[in-house]
Design a protein around this ligand. Structure first.
Ligand code: 5GP
Length: 126
């Protein structure tokens, strides 16, 4: 079920538990600002999730409230993971779902990193 992206941050969401190490994940990268791990239900050959360490529900919350340092750290981490995975030359796709229409299911900001093969057109036709 997609979430309401205007809700307050819930410390019991699944990605908060992954960040605290309460639930296992397949870690790809970690630094002061971000944590990256493999999606449990991959939609492409490479499907990695990158999340900020701060308590942000969505891209909206993050872009409105995060500090310049947090934003820079997170964006750099996404780029770092893509480079580490060798995705720059073949190309890749980033996606951040927000709220109901975006079909966001987990209420902690995450950027999906897809790659490993041609990904096709961006959106299904309506
Ligand atoms: P959203 O629809 O919120 O943008 O995407 C949530 C993503 O989180 C989905 O691709 C889903 O497969 C992934 N996911 C949900 N629960 C877990 C989990 O416990 N571990 C991992 N690694 N990924 C999860």
């Amino acid at each position: 079920m997609p979430i309401d992206a205007t809700q307050p941050y819930d410390d019991e969401n699944i990605f908060a538990k992954i960040l605290r190490g309460e639930i296992p994940s397949s870690k790809v990268y970690e630094d002061e600002w971000a944590f990256a791990f493999e999606d449990i239900n991959p939609q492409a050959e490479i499907h990695t999730l990158v999340i900020p360490k701060g308590r942000y529900v969505s891209w909206d919350d993050f872009s409105a409230k995060a500090s310049a340092e947090e934003i820079a750290g997170f964006v750099r981490a996404v780029g770092h993971v893509a480079r580490e995975k060798g995705l720059v030359e073949p190309g890749y796709r980033l996606l951040a779902n927000v709220g109901q229409h975006g079909h966001q299911e987990v209420p902690h900001l995450h950027v999906h990193l897809f790659g490993g093969h041609p990904l096709g057109p961006m959106l299904m036709r309506r």
